[in-house]
Write a protein that binds this ligand. Structure first.
Ligand code: SAH
Ligand code: SF4
Length: 374
């Protein structure tokens, strides 16, 4: 497993059903109690063992002696001006903070954008998270806790989950894959695997490993440049895993899973948004079963890059399209907020600390029991 926060008690949130079943059996309970515990953890979102009121008191006491449910506390919330998103600043048990977002789409979909690390070690040149460096990996329970907290916040069902918050999910591989499995499990959150998207900076060995898991989720690969010379600069990890290697891993992934891959490309004014780059991107991806997602840059305080004018964005999109690739641009209402999901400390409509609203009553539990939204 991953390096989570130090604690002597096992965090139940983050265990797969067979592990919960094994755990309760070791406490002398029948196996079916494992399923009951899973239901409390993932369906009802219990914040403490004591909330599991249909379990015998003696069993709850024994459970609480060796295990706990990790707690996350909402420190601040922030609403997008157009109500298309709510951002949460969440304190972990060790006092470190991450951010996650509840997003609302015009077609009724509700999406949770969650973080996998405190900070990020990849240092992409345009990313606010990268600016602050890396602190630690999140545990599976901390990743799932964000989902539960977002779910408890609203009434409408969450249909999608995107791993596009702080951190590089595939640099915290085990915790990410575990969280994906529990999110999609019938005993877990019941989110359709196809409605889960993991975004990666392009760690080739981990993309290959993920291909072997044969998960039917969506993988999004952050390209941002069609050639190594430029990508080396924007995405420093490209020096370790250059484009040819990333693309080979992507082809392997598409082949193994039968899934269409998404390529993300942040457009930066005068840096990677020219006609030459658009044509090169078209050539690089031609024939691949993929979708291209263009994200006009959200400016970051302290980083000089700018967002290109819309005419340039449109020209880039149509040049890529003419190579036969499906292209979408994240620009409409709420677009800034969606993009901000990857650089959550930004000022892009959501990020200025002065505009945060303190959470009512200070700290809140991750998710009150029975608060499943639907
Ligand atoms: N580490 C992963 C996932 C988190 S970032 C990754 O890099 O893919 C999610 C997305 O937001 C990535 O495509 C990332 O490139 C993008 N992003 C980061 N900073 C941005 C910014 N300032 N403006 C727009 N998109 C940004
Ligand atoms: Fe890390 Fe992704 Fe930001 Fe790059 S874009 S620094 S990989 S969070």
């Amino acid at each position: 497993m991953t390096t989570g926060p130090a604690s002597t008690l096992l965090d139940l949130r983050g265990l797969l059903l067979p592990e919960l079943e094994g755990f309760v059996e070791r406490l002398g309970e029948p196996r079916y109690r494992g399923r009951q515990v899973a239901r409390w953890l993932y369906v009802r979102g219990a914040a403490a063992v004591d909330e599991m009121t249909d379990l015998p008191r003696a069993f709850r006491d024994r459970l609480a002696e060796g295990a706990k449910i990790g707690s996350l506390a909402v420190r601040r919330t922030q609403e997008a001006p157009d109500a298309s998103a709510t951002k949460f600043l969440v304190a972990l048990e060790d006092g470190r903070t991450v951010e996650c977002v509840r997003m609302r789409f015009a077609d009724g979909r509700r999406s949770a954008c969650i973080s996998t690390q405190v900070g990020c070690a990849m240092g992409c040149a345009f990313c606010a998270t990268g600016l602050g460096g890396f602190s630690r990996n999140l545990s599976p329970g901390e990743i799932l806790g964000q989902f539960l907290l977002i779910r408890a916040h609203g009434r409408a069902r969450l249909s999608n989950v995107v791993f596009m918050g702080m951190g590089e999910p595939l640099a915290n591989y085990d915790a990410t894959v575990r969280a994906v499995r529990i999110l999609a499990a019938p005993y877990g959150m019941g989110i359709g695997m196809r409605h889960i998207t993991v975004s990666t900076v392009g760690l080739a060995p981990q993309i290959r490993r993920l291909a072997g898991e044969r998960l039917q989720m969506t993988l999004a690969v952050s390209l941002h440049a069609p050639a190594d010379s430029l990508r080396d600069h924007l995405v420093p990890v490209n020096r370790r895993y250059p484009l040819a290697e990333v693309m080979a891993a992507c082809r392997e992934y598409i082949e193994a899973t039968g899934r269409r891959l998404t390529f993300e490309y942040v457009l930066i004014d005068g840096v990677n948004d020219g006609a030459d780059e658009a044509r090169a991107l078209g050539r690089l991806l031609a024939g691949a079963r993929c979708h291209v997602n263009l994200i006009p840059l959200n400016p970051v305080d302290g980083i000089e890059y700018r967002r290109p004018p819309m005419a340039r964005v449109r020209a880039f999109a149509s040049a890529v399209r003419s190579a036969g690739l499906p292209v979408t641009v994240r620009i409409e209402r709420g677009g800034e907020i969606q993009a901000a999901c990857g650089q959550l400390r930004l000022a892009a409509g959501l990020g200025r600390p002065s505009r945060w609203t303190p959470a009512a009553q200070g700290a809140q539990g991750a998710s009150p029991a029975g608060a499943r939204s639907s």
